[in-house]
Design a protein around this ligand. Structure first.
Ligand code: Y39
Ligand code: FE
Ligand code: FE
Ligand code: FE
Length: 230
């Protein structure tokens, strides 16, 4: 209800909307590009799943093109410098883990954390998006559930061997997500997206993923709140 009321006041052609969109859409474009690269990296680390992971990497590139079209449709120039900065720490952590061959950490960062972030953001965006972006985002979010599922299934099948590394990687990376969310909360609000709703949707998706992988309720509570209070 709150979101519907907000959507009535959105003016997709106003300078204030376009200014916020130049950063939020850039984050999404950069995120899709980095997701593309991360799945290529993962395809090298998991040769048994190379075909699957190359497919996921190609989907991410299509997503990127879709969100570039959304910017053009609103006559917005994405602020890609801002977006690179936004992802810098998470990007760095993925690179370090990949170089060390820490597959579990790479999967936690890309297939759990980033995919759940995308799922939360896209689900909250769809009801307040312009008609063009809405159609694109609806198609994209379906793919993101597949990407999350890849990580869930692999980590479930390798749970005992992965558990300790997952908990360490969660502790190192989840606080970054809350920082990132704080950095875009103001712009997201201009687009009709509330921070509380984003946090809630992320928590639901991430908690469900941890449960599917094999963590118990107490572990999920401790893991998913890590860093939330600053
Ligand atoms: O797997 C993917 O496709 C993920 C890269 C995309 C993540 C996009 C990040 C969305 C955050 C937007 C924040 C809006 C408030
Ligand atoms: Fe994507
Ligand atoms: Fe994805
Ligand atoms: Fe799931």
């Amino acid at each position: 209800m709150v979101q519907m009321a907000a959507s009535l006041e959105l003016n997709f052609t106003s300078e204030i909307y376009k200014d916020a969109y130049s950063r939020i859409d850039a984050i999404v474009i950069e995120g899709e590009q980095e997701a593309h690269e991360n799945y290529i990296t993962l395809s090298g680390l998991l040769p048994d799943f190379q075909d699957d992971l190359v497919k996921l990497s190609k989907m991410e590139l299509r997503h990127k093109k879709g969100f570039e079209a959304c910017a053009r449709n609103l006559a917005v120039t994405p602020d890609l410098g801002f977006a690179k900065e936004f992802f810098a720490q998470l990007h760095e952590n993925f690179q370090v883990a990949a170089a060390a061959g820490n597959i579990v950490t790479c999967l936690l960062i890309q297939s759990l954390i980033i995919e759940c972030f995308a799922i939360a953001a896209y689900n909250i965006y769809i009801p307040v998006a312009d008609d063009f972006a809405k159609k694109i985002t609806e198609a994209v979010v379906k793919d993101e559930y597949m990407h999350l599922n890849f990580g869930e299934v692999w980590l479930h099948d390798n749970f005992e061997a992965s558990k300790a590394e997952l908990q360490t990687a969660n502790r190192q990376n989840l606080p970054l997500v809350w920082k990132m969310l704080n950095n875009v909360a103001k712009d997201a609000k201009v687009l009709g997206m509330e921070k509380d709703a984003l946090v809630e949707d992320f928590m639901i998706a991430y908690g469900e993923a941890l449960s599917n992988i094999g963590f118990n309720t107490g572990e999920i509570m401790r893991m998913s709140a890590y860093g939330l209070m600053g």
